[in-house]
Ligand binder design. Structure first.
Ligand SMILES: [Zn+2]
Length: 407
């Protein structure tokens, strides 16, 4: 049903995302941190190991991972090698992947503060790694806090403003070829890798909805987890005779969504979460999509009313509300329970591309007059010929039509 699985981090939305300055080192901040769901011990142990290793900086303030290995990804042990240990536990197989994101020493001249432009200084690591959903598992970002010495916190009036290194405003201030290394699209609560997000876009464009995608993602994550479980059982089975003789017992493999300290804390986002992230992405590109549509030709056009905005269409833009849409038109807006936009007027060109897409309150021609006038203007503006053939249903033939597009 696209509900996802596992528990979202309920406090993540209070974090310092999207340039919201946060004061640190005060009672409110530490109280907030203690309220959070604890992360599993196997994850935090690895996290602390990596943070400690990254604190040993060279002369250029680079952590060994950047200076020696020249990568943002920490190597992670393959399950086979974990199973060679004497005391095997399910947690040995969890081997989380970590991405170290500290771009400050990589930028010549430092990173400017998004608010005042002053050079930011590193101020320790973020207390917890940030979870990111990938195609079949989860990886974690290790981030740093960057402190601005000149910005004052609006409430405390103290210079305690910090930004997380994964803050979108910090990333947008980086050289593009460095920003391109950041592998995640973040939301308020979690994040999804660009690989999974890109695949989701392809799925949506090919008729798969958010519910189906969430379910498919859940299957991939569960399958990967089940395979680890199987590998664990196989390793135990190989040496079982000796281990039985030694009376050695093994821990059972925990459930995917087990939230105990030694549990896996598996999580797959719901359809609603994925849907929201996709809508946000489309809205960010609203202007480009509208511009692209305005530059298309329209020599042979077909005009129609549709009553469901279908996911196969590439752009859904409401001329009235200036919002992009992709849902049933009857559910877009209701006043006293009556749908305000019962239909969607669509004009497609000779290549089958959508040339006009406008929500309409009725089938009356006054509803699409503006849209067709704008189309006429943009065809002229971008040097296209005016329509020579318009395929339309009979009720659309009107004086407006004959006046504006004489054939
Ligand atoms: Zn500042």
């Amino acid at each position: 049903m696209g509900d996802g699985i596992g528990v979202e981090d309920p406090d993540f939305e209070n974090d310092v995302l999207n340039g919201q300055p946060e004061k640190y080192a005060d009672a409110a901040a530490s109280a907030k941190n203690t309220n959070r769901n604890p992360l599993p011990s196997w994850l935090m142990t690895k996290f602390r190991e990596h943070v400690e290793a990254s604190n040993k900086r060279d002369g250029n303030r680079l952590p060994p991972l950047y200076a020696k290995h020249q990568t943002f990804w920490f190597p992670s042990k393959s399950p086979f090698f974990s199973l060679l240990q004497k005391q095997v536990t399910p947690q040995c197989l969890f081997n989380p992947r970590f991405f170290l994101w500290d771009p400050e020493p990589l930028v010549f001249g430092g990173i400017p503060c998004p608010m005042c432009g002053q050079k930011l200084m590193r101020h320790g690591h973020v207390e917890r790694p940030h979870r990111c959903i990938d195609l079949y598992d989860t990886f974690w970002i290790i981030g740093y806090r960057y402190h601005c010495s000149s910005c004052l916190h609006p409430i405390s009036k103290k210079a305690t403003v910090t930004f997380n290194s994964w803050d979108t405003h910090i990333i947008s201030n980086l050289p593009p070829h460095l920003a391109a290394e950041f592998p995640v699209r973040l939301s308020f609560r979690s994040g999804i890798s660009f690989a999974a997000f890109g695949f989701m876009r392809s799925c949506f464009q090919n008729g798969m909805g958010a519910k189906q995608f969430s379910d498919a993602l859940r299957v991939q994550h569960l399958q990967h987890y089940d395979e680890l479980h199987l590998q664990y059982l196989q390793a135990i089975a190989v040496g079982s005779k000796l281990k039985t003789w030694l009376h050695q017992a093994y821990e059972p493999f925990p459930k995917f969504e087990d939230q105990s300290l030694t549990g896996f804390h598996g999580y797959v986002p719901s359809a609603q979460w994925l849907h929201g992230l996709y809508d946000e992405f489309i809205e960010e590109h609203q202007q480009e999509l509208v511009q692209h549509t305005a530059m298309l030709s329209g020599e042979i056009c077909s005009i129609d009313h549709s009553f469901k905005v279908c996911s196969h269409k590439s752009i859904f833009y409401c001329l009235a509300s200036k919002h992009l849409l992709w849902q049933c038109t009857k559910h877009i807006a209701k006043v006293n329970g009556v749908p305000t936009y019962p239909g969607l007027l669509t004009v497609t060109n000779e290549k089958g591309e959508i040339r006009v897409c406008a929500l309409v309150a009725t089938k009356s021609h006054s509803q699409f007059e503006i849209a067709l006038k704008k189309m006429q203007e943009s065809l002229h503006l971008y040097g296209h010929a005016q329509p020579s053939i318009f395929i339309l249903t009979i009720w659309l033939i009107s004086s407006f039509w004959r006046h504006h597009f004489p054939l």
